[in-house]
Design a binder for this molecule. Structure first.
Ligand SMILES: [Zn+2]
Length: 239
C-alpha cells in the first residue's frame, strides 16, 4: 500500500450524490484532517432519486447537487465536480473514460477512490449498474488512459493536460475488502454528511441506527474494539 505520507491528493469518483458518504466519507474526513486535498467527481446528478416522486422530477438534479455540496462540507471537502450524465443510464463508454481521465489529469491524485466494478452477490445495493459502469470506467481511466499521452490526444493538444499516473485505487462496495479504516473519530461527520442528503434519507425511519450498525459490523470484521466503526475497501496497486 501507498505510505500515508505519500498521499497528498485524493480523487473520489462516484455515480450519484450520497455514494461517497455511504462508502468513504469517514475516511475522507480523516484524510482532510491530515491536510490531504480531496476532490469529489460525480458522474450523475442523482436526478432519478428521491422520495416525493412526481412524474416530472425537474429540480431534483439541482437539489441533489446542493445536498452533495453540503455533505462534502461536513467532512471538509469544497472541490465538488459534476459530469451531468443521466441517473440510471450510465454505461461503460470511451466518452466517460475520457471525462474521468480529464479530471484525473487536472487533479493529479495519488489515490483514486471509486466503486467496485464487479457485481457483489452478497448485497445488491453496491452493484447498481451506474456504480459498476463508473467503477469500471474510473479504473480504465486510471489504467491505461490517464497515463497514456496518446489516449484522447485532444486532452493534451486542446487543454494542455499532461499524462498522469495514479498509484493506487481503493474500491468500495466489493465482496472481498482487504483494507479497513477505523473511522470512529469521524463517525459524527460521516453521519452529518449522510443526513445532508435530505431528499434521500429524511423519510427513512431509524436511518442513524442503520448506519451505525452497518459500520460497527465492519469495525468488528476489521478486528477493532467494540464501539468502533470502520469503512472497508479493496486496495488495488496501479503504479
Ligand atoms: Zn449510487
Amino acid at each position: 500500500m501507498l505510505p500515508e505520507a505519500e498521499i497528498n491528493r485524493v480523487l473520489v469518483v462516484t455515480a450519484h450524490p450520497d455514494d461517497v458518504d455511504f462508502g468513504a466519507a469517514g475516511s475522507v474526513a480523516l484524510f482532510v484532517d491530515k491536510g490531504v486535498e480531496v476532490t469529489y467527481l460525480l458522474v450523475t446528478d442523482g436526478d432519478a432519486g428521491g422520495n416525493e416522486r412526481t412524474l416530472d422530477n425537474s429540480g431534483m438534479a439541482e437539489l441533489r447537487r446542493t445536498e452533495q455540496r453540503t455533505a462534502a462540507k461536513a467532512v471538509g471537502v469544497t472541490d465538488v465536480r459534476f459530469l451531468g450524465y443521466s441517473d440510471g443510464q450510465v454505461v461503460p463508454s470511451l466518452e466517460l473514460r475520457r471525462d474521468i481521465s480529464r479530471v484525473i489529469r487536472q487533479v493529479r491524485p495519488d489515490l483514486v477512490i471509486t466503486h467496485h466494478p464487479d457485481r457483489n452477490y452478497q448485497h445488491v445495493a453496491p452493484s447498481h449498474p451506474d456504480h459498476r459502469a463508473v467503477g469500471g470506467c474510473a479504473l480504465d481511466a486510471v489504467y491505461p488512459d490517464a497515463r497514456n499521452p496518446y489516449a484522447y490526444p485532444e486532452l493534451v493538444k486542446d487543454e494542455g493536460l499532461a499524462a498522469w499516473t495514479v498509484r493506487e485505487v481503493w474500491l468500495t462496495g466489493g465482496s472481498s475488502p482487504n483494507h479497513w479504516v477505523d473511522i470512529t473519530e469521524a463517525m459524527d461527520r460521516k453521519l452529518a454528511a449522510l443526513q445532508s442528503h435530505v431528499s434521500q434519507v429524511a423519510h427513512v425511519e431509524g436511518f442513524i441506527d442503520f448506519v451505525r450498525t452497518r459500520f460497527a459490523a465492519w469495525g468488528q470484521e476489521a478486528g477493532l474494539p467494540a464501539g468502533h466503526y470502520a469503512e472497508a475497501f479493496q486496495v488495488v496497486a496501479t503504479a
